[in-house]
Write a protein that binds this ligand. Structure first.
Ligand code: NAP
Length: 361
């Protein structure tokens, strides 16, 4: 164990994750026999037993003798994170941050739903010498890069963002206000007021791209490309929501696209978003991605540690921080940090071919 005082000069990081909707499958990544424990026992056990945060993986630059960081599991399932008593949930996340401090981390990234359930980290206490990030700004940047690749393959160019008012979503919209993509933008979430404000800000930027809002998922059916940025434990978008030939860029963790789409809608392309290539970084452990790839929020955590950035990045992700992280990624391009070749439901696929009209143009 680490009883000595934490080393604050090392620019090390920790990144928090949690079991997704299928708790047993994710716990089996830590120790295979755990995959045989029934789902109900997991829910009961994780709520009632004092299960400590668990180290899932270590991360180091290739050739380094010591880890640059660690991936820590907050032992609370995705559904429990969203439904259990908020004070208990935040206590479990704070315990993982304690563990990160003991390991000597100076930057802690909030992976998957640990960001949404803490209001983007704003509900976690500030600690001297420790910088928190949601990782959402770099995720927003990589999402825009994904859209840049996908929109030319969609003849109508109509884009819908589901979860547009969230931390990642609102940053994507503000980035698009500076550098517009697509022929039309539809912003979708359940809360109307924030949607109207965001659409107003986008319209005021004068991009010339018409912007609409909707609180109904029915509006998704109009879109040629759908960016999914909701924070639910289970599927939000299924077959019934998508027009023929639609392309979905799904950044969500856990996945909010229905896995049945693979069989039900062969005309639809689903690309797993928010994933970067990191060929210069070695990840020892199974985070549920092929070797050499990492989630964008983990990349932001690494980049903040590598650059010694000490200003916390909590709440709504800012355009300023997205640009800062884009520039940091360029500085560390020898390690990777650019958009990964596409995966769909975890399997390698090709980028959809550009539509004929775009090729002619
Ligand atoms: N791949 C990566 O590296 C990466 C990095 C960061 C985040 N993420 C993932 O990105 C997602 C968004 O994260 P975030 O921090 O931006 O979350 P957030 O701030 O909680 O935002 C969620 C957004 O989705 C909307 N929403 C939630 N549930 C909905 C539903 N059932 N139907 C329609 N809209 C819904 C929310 O607005 P209303 O409440 O008004 O509906 C809000 O606009 C999460 O799944 C997170 O794990 C992935």
């Amino acid at each position: 164990m680490h009883d000595s005082a934490p080393d604050r000069t090392s620019n090390k990081f920790a990144f928090l994750v949690h079991p997704r909707a299928d708790v047993a499958t994710d716990m089996a990544r830590i120790w295979r026999p755990l995959g045989r424990v029934p789902a109900r026992s997991w829910d009961w056990g994780l709520r009632r037993l004092p299960v400590p945060p668990i180290t899932l993986a270590s991360v180091r630059r290739r050739g380094a003798t010591e880890p640059d960081g660690w991936i820590l599991v907050v032992p609370v399932g995705a559904r429990q994170l969203l439904t259990e008593d908020r004070g208990w949930v935040i206590g479990r996340i704070e315990a993982a941050v304690d563990r990160a401090e003991q390991l000597g981390a100076s930057v802690v990234g909030l992976g998957a739903l640990t960001a949404p359930v803490t209001a983007g980290g704003a509900k976690l206490r500030e600690r001297d010498g420790l910088t928190l990030t949601t990782g959402n700004a770099f995720t927003a940047h990589l999402s825009v890069e994904g859209l840049r690749r996908l929109l030319p393959a969609a003849p109508g160019g109509r884009l819908a963002i589901v979860g547009a008012t969230g931390s990642v979503g609102s940053c994507v919209v503000r980035l698009l206000a500076e550098e517009p993509l697509g022929s039309q933008l539809t912003l979708i979430a359940r809360g109307e007021r924030r949607l109207r404000e965001l659409a107003g800000d986008f319209a005021a930027a004068g991009t010339g791209v018409p912007v609409h809002t909707s609180t109904s998922l029915d509006a998704v059916r109009e879109a040629d490309v759908v960016l999914l940025l909701t924070s639910a434990a289970d599927a939000v978008i299924g077959s019934q929501h998508l027009k023929p030939g639609a392309i979905v860029l799904d950044d969500t963790q856990p996945r909010n696209t229905d896995p049945r789409l693979v069989h039900e809608r062969p005309d639809v392309t689903v690309i797993d978003g928010g994933v970067a290539a990191i060929p210069g970084i070695e990840l020892r452990g199974d985070i549920g991605l092929p070797r050499g790839l990492a989630y964008a929020c983990l990349c932001e955590t690494m980049l903040m540690a590598f650059t010694g950035h000490t200003q916390r990045a909590v709440g709504q992700a800012s355009v300023e921080h997205a640009v800062r992280m884009r520039d940091a990624a360029r500085r560390f391009a020898h390690l990777g940090f650019d958009l990964a070749e596409p995966l769909s439901f975890g399997r390698s696929v090709s980028w959809p071919a550009p539509a004929l009209a775009s090729v002619a143009a």
